[in-house]
Design a protein around this ligand. Structure first.
Ligand SMILES: Nc1ncnc2c1ncn2[C@@H]1O[C@H](COP(=O)(O)OP(=O)(O)OP(=O)(O)O)[C@@H](O)[C@H]1O
Ligand SMILES: [Mg+2]
Length: 302
């Protein structure tokens, strides 16, 4: 579906309040801070229920950087979160969707104190990352095991056929990515928090493993430029491959690399036209080199 053209949706904004209605009632959401991402607008908010109870929530609205609304993404985000809550609750913490507003294409999700894996890599010292990374790989192995076990039990999900050999079907999500996972202080940094699932579907288990593996290879992508220039970290990719080996296949990894290549060179949204042009030039030069290195690195794994 193309971006919604007719919509009453209002973008959330720091300091502004929105009144939302769904089948369960009314919710007033006071946005405390917001951040415009490429495809969505996210924020921290106080949600006030009909009985006056207040709660800190994470809000996400399907309004992209160019101001276009994406009702299809909104539906997928709701479906993905519901399937993930159902399946992954025993192996990870999946923040619950508390409220959905179809009118404003907004979901309010319980707040999770979480520092995503890629932020630990970029913003803390190497020791903190080294202490956390093996735990992240183990947690994601348990996630893969669970998605594989559930593969045949979800006939209602859209099933994607792939041409390569497979050990069997698994539940998968468009947003499965190590950068959509992290740990937080609430569980003493032991229990993994996973978010941003996106569209749920079934596909060979190798696809889920390949998406995660390539996302490990992309941990140095983007800012800061010093990391981008270094290219993918071979040691991290090798550790991930070792941990997820029972589910990997070179054909699935090649397919995921091809997908990321297409995707990364298409998406050049900037705050302004100039920013978009500069971003595009950077991605074309540094990014092309990065992806070639990641391809070579993945082909050496065995
Ligand atoms: N329930 C939550 N509570 C607190 N913070 C969250 C929660 N869910 C996500 N976050 C934080 O917000 C950031 C952005 O969220 P998310 O990954 O859903 O958006 P995104 O990747 O920008 O979305 P898109 O894929 O639509 O561009 C995450 O990296 C994480 O740090
Ligand atoms: Mg995300």
């Amino acid at each position: 579906m193309s971006p919604a053209t007719m919509s009453n949706a209002q973008p959330i904004q720091s300091g502004k309040q929105l009144e939302l209605r769904d089948v369960s009632g009314t919710l007033r959401v006071l946005c405390l801070a917001h951040d415009q991402r490429n495809w969505s607008r996210v924020g921290q908010a106080t949600a006030v229920g009909e009985d006056g109870t207040e709660r800190k929530v994470f809000i996400k609205q399907m309004c992209d950087r160019g101001g276009a609304w994406h009702r299809d993404h909104f539906e997928y985000e709701c479906q993905g979160a519901a399937v993930a809550t159902d399946l992954l609750g025993s192996v990870a913490r999946v923040p619950q969707v508390l409220f959905r507003s179809d009118e404003h294409m907004l979901i309010a999700i319980e707040w999770a104190e979480v520092v995503p894996v890629d932020r630990v890599l970029r913003e803390s010292d190497g020791a903190a990352f080294a202490a956390m990374f093996p735990e992240a790989l183990r947690s994601l192995r348990a996630v893969l095991d669970t998605l594989f076990e559930a593969g045949d039990r979800r006939p209602e999900l859209n099933r994607k056929q792939r041409s390569y050999e497979s050990r069997g079907l698994a539940v998968n999500f468009k947003g499965i990515d190590i950068r959509n996972t992290g740990f937080g202080p609430r569980t003493n940094n032991r229990e993994m928090v996973i978010f941003d699932f996106g569209k749920p579907y079934t596909a060979p288990i190798e696809e889920a493993a390949a998406k995660l593996l390539v996302s490990v290879g992309l941990l140095n992508w983007g800012r800061p430029t010093s990391r981008f220039l270094k290219g993918p970290d071979a040691s991290l990719v090798e550790q991930a491959f070792e941990q997820w080996r029972p589910y990997t296949s070179s054909a699935a990894i090649e397919a995921e690399l091809a997908l990321q290549n297409r995707f990364r060179f298409q998406e050049f949204q900037g705050g302004s036209r100039l920013e978009a042009v500069l971003k595009s030039a950077g991605v074309r030069t540094l990014g092309a080199r990065y992806m070639r290195r990641l391809g070579r690195l993945c082909r050496r794994l065995n």
